[in-house]
Design a protein around this ligand. Structure first.
Ligand SMILES: Nc1nc2c(ncn2[C@@H]2O[C@H](COP(=O)(O)OP(=O)(O)OP(=O)(O)O)[C@@H](O)[C@H]2O)c(=O)[nH]1
Ligand SMILES: [Mg+2]
Length: 299
């Protein structure tokens, strides 16, 4: 059985940074990790990827050949990937023996609640390669600073969960920056627990512009509460405790902790007891130095 994560979320929510930080962290606690880049628009990868969609199809070629913009081009690329799923399977096969997989996807959210290609790619991999994957859905925490944007983030999270049909964890990313967007109207727990959205409606009613949408806002909040599926965990990718807590949640959701109790117990004790010697920016700085040295060698 092979475990892994499907990393999705709106543009700029931190997916690529997450794959980089998460892979470094997991390697330090003893897992063999392979990062699979399925975003054809990712031209500057901070991590070393085991499989890169660019070997199959390039966004720039698609845009030129079919006169498409970047969004249409990405839909085309996902469609092409689905039709060439054998290519991806053959690339993944050598990794299945002992690797933990991290899939870095594009940020076009419509790929994950409107179109079905990306979902079908994942479904086929899960079935044919017997994968146990969790969807990690990143939402930039700055959306909490505006009640309207926060409701949109809740709706997006809900529709993505329903569409993807995978074990799913919603994450408020870049939580280290949350205070820089001004004081939140409520405590952070309010935004992570999604327990009583009537407070949010009341808050929106204070604003004359939003008051005229009162009924619509109420209906949307009712839909979210009726499903009672959405909540969030928080993440600062630079903070090892924050990353460690998320790893524990993901491992529970996809069954990793039940697969081999011994290795996972050792890993968890590493997270819990010993200060894992992990520092996102130190790792990033070392990589930057290597890249610079490579460039110097090329010149
Ligand atoms: N402060 C802070 N910055 C972060 C964090 N995670 C990501 N970032 C920054 O957010 C920006 C966007 O990050 P990316 O990882 O490129 O986001 P993405 O979701 O992959 O973006 P697309 O692939 O374009 O959709 C970068 O400048 C990152 O350095 C975080 O936890 N804290
Ligand atoms: Mg990215």
């Amino acid at each position: 059985m092979v475990f892994g994560q499907v990393v999705i979320g709106p543009p700029g929510s931190g997916k690529t940074t997450y794959c980089n930080g998460m892979s470094q962290f997991l390697q330090l606690i003893g897992r063999k990790v392979a990062v699979i880049n399925l975003d054809p628009a990712n031209d500057m990868l901070p991590y070393e990827c085991a499989v890169n969609i660019e070997e199959l199809i390039k966004l720039s070629d698609v845009m030129m050949e079919h006169s498409l913009g970047p969004n249409g081009g990405l839909v085309y690329c996902m469609d092409y990937l689905e039709k060439n799923i054998d290519w991806l399977q053959s690339k993944l096969k050598p990794l299945l023996k002992d690797h933990y997989l991290l899939f870095d996807f594009p940020g076009q959210v419509e790929l994950f609640f409107l179109h079905s290609n990306a979902k079908r790619v994942i479904e086929k991999l899960v079935k044919k390669l017997n994968l146990r994957l969790t969807a990690v859905h990143l939402i930039d925490s700055h959306l909490c600073s505006d009640p309207g944007k926060y409701i949109s983030a809740l709706l997006l999270s809900l529709s993505t969960m329903l569409h993807m049909e995978l074990p799913h964890i919603n994450v408020l990313s870049k939580i280290d920056l949350i205070e820089s967007y001004g004081k939140l109207a409520f405590n952070l727990d309010f935004y992570t627990d999604v327990q009583d959205l009537s407070y949010l409606q009341h808050h929106l009613d204070q604003d004359p512009c939003s008051a005229k949408y009162r009924k619509l806002t109420k209906e949307l909040c009712d839909v979210i509460e009726d499903y009672s599926l959405v909540d969030f965990t928080t993440l600062d990718i630079q903070d090892k405790e924050s990353v460690g807590n998320l790893v524990k949640l993901i491992d529970k959701s996809n069954g990793y902790i039940f697969a081999g109790i011994e290795p996972s117990a050792v890993e968890f004790s590493k997270i819990a007891i010993s200060p894992v010697d992990w520092d996102y920016y130190r790792v990033a700085a070392v990589q930057e130095k290597y890249m610079k040295d490579d460039d110097d060698d090329d010149n």
